[in-house]
Write a new protein. Structure first.
Length: 91
């Protein structure tokens, strides 16, 4: 499933840790935005990480599931790459 993750983290330390964690799952398309192609386990790991590592009183992490039909309608102005352009195989 395609998931757009955006975050607003007040602590530089927590923000850096979250950013490094999310790099394992997807493409950092903007400063606080990741586009990820995840399975259910991957999404669960991210949700679990956020529950244990953000301050819910001051921080915000949003995850939006994007259907494949909607993903085809994404438009980019300026610099950028669509997650659907990343066709590769790990051997």
């Amino acid at each position: 499933m395609n998931v757009l993750i955006s975050y607003d983290i007040t602590s530089n330390k927590r923000r850096g840790r979250l950013h490094r964690f999310l790099k394992e799952f997807g493409l950092n398309t903007q400063k606080s935005v990741f586009e990820c192609d995840l399975d259910t386990e991957g999404l669960s790991r991210i949700v679990s990480y956020c529950r244990g590592n953000i301050d819910p009183r001051t921080d915000s992490v949003r995850m939006y599931k994007i259907c494949s039909r909607c993903l085809r309608k994404v438009r980019i102005s300026g610099l950028g790459i669509k997650i659907t352009q990343l066709d590769f195989m790990i051997i």
